[in-house]
Design a protein around this ligand. Structure first.
Ligand SMILES: *Cc1c(COP(=O)(O)O)cnc(C)c1O
Length: 402
């Protein structure tokens, strides 16, 4: 039997570039993380105890914010931020359609209306010009997303907010550790929201955080995650007080001490994690730049992305296959590519509730048709990165030329 050429696609029966599957993201749990969790399990406080405060204090210091308020997920944290500004019926929040659906859902939770504005085709971040055009007398909040970990045009959004008396809530679920104009994401916008889902930079299982410099927002954020009750259990116990008052309708969105122990332990490795992600991004950029059939995201001069994801755009007019076929071919090579995101306005729920908006945000929709996220997590080895590059080259070469 003739040997199969190395260039034959695995999807067509050839040998895959890798023998094991490489996911697009993965948590990094070490013995020290496990020991930290175990020590909380042996302690008095499983939730709303000292480790929550320790994690919040450490996190606030890490991102250069005055306050950090933990939540049970990034989604709950977004909800809390919407509550803190008092979003309610009739209020509009301008945001990006190219995000995880939670970004817009949090507005709906509060009875507000998410208003989408298109993204910039180069960075896939919310366009300040498109956002400005979407502002009405009912707009209260600008909600940019730091797509893939590259900060949005935060200075432009801040100026817009000042001009129209709005609040900027930044969805930085991709961007822990990113920098904008030399400043750390988390201390720039009025409120900044993070997620600790296992694929994000640090993992607590489920978990999230809102950072802010504003004392009033911080107080409302703390009450909202605890049923709308003003003082927490530990302080009451310390003061020997039984009295508490529920002054607003809140939820139980608390993060446990167990989760915070994991977060605190992971936070210590964030700088190393970021260094590695940036190294992987540089390798991808230098190996993939100029490859026919592929475009990389543009990166601004004034930003340092945190690279939660590494999305690339297929140059479909130059390829003989669509994204779905190329996606399947790469998966068959054992490269765990993914797609971020199906634009939020195209989800059935949004279509049903707000009508068919197909064609309304052409840059986001065009990006969606051609996006692929390459594996990106800090435990990836150089040889993993080389495998991804080899598989991309193999598959794109196969489908090159139209
Ligand atoms: C992950 C993510 C969220 C939601 O975070 P969870 O912790 O999963 O609830 C929100 N927005 C964006 C952009 C995300 O990537």
């Amino acid at each position: 039997m003739a040997l199969k050429p190395a260039t034959q696609l695995a999807v067509a029966g050839g040998t895959p570039v890798r023998s094991t599957f490489l996911p697009y993201g993965h948590q990094d749990i070490r013995e020290e993380d496990i020991a930290a969790v175990v020590s909380v399990l042996r302690s008095e406080w499983l939730t709303t105890g000292p480790t929550v405060e320790e994690f919040e204090t450490g996190f606030a210091a890490e991102v250069g914010a005055r306050h950090a308020v933990s939540y049970s997920s990034g989604t709950a944290a977004l909800h809390g931020a919407m509550f803190a500004v008092g979003i309610g019926a009739g209020d509009e929040v301008v945001t990006s359609p190219l995000s995880f659906c939670a970004t817009a859902n949090c507005v709906l939770y509060q009875g507000g209306l998410p208003v989408f504005a298109d993204v910039e085709p180069g960075t896939l971040n919310l366009s300040p010009e498109r956002a400005a055009a979407a502002i009405t007398s009912r707009t209260r909040v600008l909600l940019p997303v730091d797509y893939a970990g590259q900060p949005a045009a935060l200075d432009a959004f801040r100026r817009l907010a000042e001009k129209h008396d709005l609040i900027v809530i930044e969805d930085a679920c991709h961007a822990l550790g990113a920098e904008f104009g030399g400043r750390e994401v988390g201390g720039i916008s009025h409120m900044t929201v993070f997620s600790f889902h296992p694929v994000k930079h640090i993992a607590t299982g489920e978990g999230g955080m809102v950072t802010t410099d504003d004392e009033g927002f911080a107080r409302r954020l703390r009450a909202f995650r605890n049923h709308g009750i003003e003082s927490d259990a530990r302080r009451r116990q310390a003061a020997g007080e039984w009295h508490y008052e529920m002054t607003e309708l809140g939820y139980n969105y608390r993060l446990t001490d167990i989760a915070c122990a994991l977060g605190l332990s992971q936070l210590a490795r964030l700088p190393a994690n970021l260094t590695r992600r940036r190294e992987i991004a540089r390798r991808y950029q230098s190996s993939l730049a100029g490859l026919p059939g592929l475009r990389l995201l543009q990166v601004g001069n004034d930003v340092k992305p945190a690279w939660h994801l590494f999305p690339v755009l297929l140059d479909l007019p130059r390829l003989r296959a669509g994204r779905a076929e190329i996606f399947r071919a790469l998966r068959a090579e054992n490269i765990g590519v993914n797609v971020h995101y199906i634009p939020v306005h195209l989800h059935p729920y949004y279509r049903k509730r707000f009508g068919d908006q197909l064609g309304k945000y052409p840059a986001a929709e065009a990006a969606y048709e051609s996006l692929l996220s390459l594996p990106m997590f800090h435990a990836m080895t150089d040889s993993d990165v080389s495998d991804v590059v080899a598989a991309i080259e193999k598959v794109l070469l196969h489908y090159a030329g139209k």
